[in-house]
Design a protein around this ligand. Structure first.
Ligand code: SAM
Length: 206
């Protein structure tokens, strides 16, 4: 769910003999997914669907061994809603993987205001594990990012913007793009880096 540019699904198809479905609302992402699929896993049984994930329902005979949503839990109104939605798509005994931020420490009011985030939008790492277990799942693995992972993720935005602006100096959106990147970098460096982290939570459905 919210498969982005399909990297995860295409890598799984390269490594294993899988079938799978990737859903994303962005036509640009789906275009990139299809290109990746043609170049790297043309014989695999994976398909990509451009639609609002909130409306996606697998066929009754199409429950998955693994359902995942990495970095897009707003689709289902938050983390708990995502776990509930993915549970309905997963076979008994199957896996659910959700990528979600968590608070490393209490966020300052300044940070919340600048970022437009609410304290209640996220829990702690422990809360994220607990929510899945309250939903009847067993947490079997967590993959927690460190500062280096976060820096890599955040600064790749800066690099991408820099490359885009150099290649497209006349694009009228350039000033807005640069201002947005500048602001996001500022918020991340001033507060986010020390306040928020990120993990992928893997649960087993009974
Ligand atoms: C942070 S990216 C994560 C992409 C991917 N999961 C990954 O790990 O590379 C968020 C993705 O959610 C997609 N998205 C946003 N709203 C969506 C919706 N309502 N339904 C489906 N996809 C959505 C965006 O197009 C974007 O590709």
């Amino acid at each position: 769910m919210a498969c982005g540019k399909g990297e995860f699904l295409v890598r799984l198809a390269e490594l294993y003999d899988i079938s799978g479905v990737g859903v994303d609302i962005s036509p640009y992402c789906i275009r990139d997914c299809l290109e990746k699929y043609r170049n790297r896993a043309p014989n695999s049984n994976i398909k990509f669907i451009e639609m609002d994930g909130a409306k996606y329902k697998p066929e009754p005979c199409e429950l998955f061994d693994l359902a995942m949503c990495i970095g897009a839990t707003w689709i289902y109104g938050g983390y708990r809603g995502t776990i509930q939605a993915l549970k309905k798509m997963t076979k008994p005994g199957g896996l659910i993987a959700v990528g979600e931020p968590f608070w490393l420490k209490e966020p300052s009011e300044e940070y919340l205001k600048a970022d437009g985030t609410r304290r209640e939008d996220f829990g702690t790492h422990y809360d994220n594990v607990k929510v899945g277990e309250e939903e009847g799942l067993t947490c079997i693995y967590t993959l927690v990012s460190n500062h280096d992972d976060w820096d890599h993720y955040e600064t790749l935005h800066c690099l991408a913007a820099d490359e885009y602006v150099r290649a497209n100096p006349d694009d009228p959106d350039v000033p807005e793009l640069l201002e947005r990147i500048r602001r996001e970098k500022e918020i991340y460096l001033q507060w986010g880096r020390e306040t928020m982290s990120w993990a992928v939570y893997v649960f087993r459905k009974p």
